[in-house]
Design a protein around this ligand. Sequence first.
Ligand code: 5AD
Ligand code: SF4
Length: 479
Amino acid sequence: MKHPQEPLDESRQGEALLLNPEQGSGKKLYLESYGCQMNFSDSEIVASLLAESGFSTTRNLYESDVILLNTCAIRENAEQRVRTRLRELQHLKKAKPTLVVGVLGCMAERLKDKFLEEEKLVDLVAGPDAYRALPALIAEVESGQKAVNVLLSLEETYADVSPVRLTGNGISAFISIMRGCDNMCSFCVVPFTRGRERSRDPKSILQEARDLFAAGYREVTLLGQNVDSYLFYGGGPKKEFKALSPEEQSLAVNFAKLLRMVADISPQLRIRFTTSNPGDMTDAVLESMAAYPNICKYIHLPVQSGSTTVLDRMNRGYSREQYLDRIAAIRRILPDCAISTDIITGFCGETEEDHQETLSLMQEVGYDYAYMFEYSERPKTMAARKFKDDVPAETKNRRLKEIIALQTQWSKLRNEQELGLEVDVLVEGLSKKSDQDLFGRTSQYKVVVFPKKHYKAGDYVRVKIQSCTSATLLGNSID
Ligand code: 5AD
Ligand code: SF4
């Protein structure tokens, strides 16, 4: 199961996004994306902005004039992949000196000088808020200079840019509703790479969702680093609701309201969102979900650790008990809601006792899925400055194995609980294993495979679940 922040189709990691090859008369762009869904969404904005200035895209590296890598910095290994890729690209540059190689996204901010000067691997660096400047930056490189723009903005949301939907299945699309993050979790690099939190105008979000529905899409996922703190009151940097003027307050749209506005577009349009934050998720959001059958009953609620001491050091802003209170609220208001989480093992100072508390919390919640990582120190973060990365690699790894083993049991159990039930599946396409079968998802985000019959992508199909593998439910449609 993919992390909800990652793109749905793994094969797209690192693959070029393809604009209509017939479009545009000018230079050829090869665009490769790494990391989370937010990055893939951004690549669709980049493709749209560059198409406007006459670029066409290509999947063929060798015929490209400009190569852009949209990068991720969340863990050390994500950065390593990009560095390796940049070295691989060097031979192309030798063969074609006019080739422009650029780095976009989350590694841009931190590695700007290193890339340009020390390693001489790239000509251009553009941070996540600088994409409107890309045509000018490319022109600068062509005139013989190196070009950098890593300025982070308090306002940029690319609200007016209509993303080019490049590689999706035509059924399910992502809509970015906010950018940046103000949470300052001590392990996390995102506030440094993506800047301050800002919310996008709901009017442009609704327009994008309506356009997608009209084009045949049946599911939208609202994307943000912390969707629960979405708040729009006329633009500009984030303020607390209390700090707004009476006029701003009357116009304000929070996440609970935004969900209802998007869900009102059509009962045939499914709404998902990611990522929720345990410190900010209100009952009002859960009540919006309960009120609309088309808002999917699935919440990704990263806990990171089951120990309050570790959570404090992580600066997460909630205790174990407060997290469990949110789980209780979900179970009370949305009894059929699936829940997944993120967990980090071996954070600075994590004791064996802390680790046991994570295991016991997992046991208490019984997650449908979990995405589990070993802690990886990131430069500039509060943890890198204040704490020692003191849990030995073998211990991190052993603890990771233990939580994975426990989660595997729970995922299996949660799937087995679906046996014999009837579920509504939104069909996304043909099953990877057989063209006689379709696959789709339930409201709870579970993958279901069933015989195709006369159904097709975009249909809602009632399916009775008959068996399951570790990751997939298998069933038959009820006609
Ligand atoms: N080390 C390990 N995992 C991390 N994550 C974020 N930063 C780090 C880090 N420095 C994980 C968190 C987050 C998910 C997207 O990635 O669990 O929720
Ligand atoms: Fe996405 Fe975070 Fe990676 Fe940036 S650092 S691409 S926001 S996961």
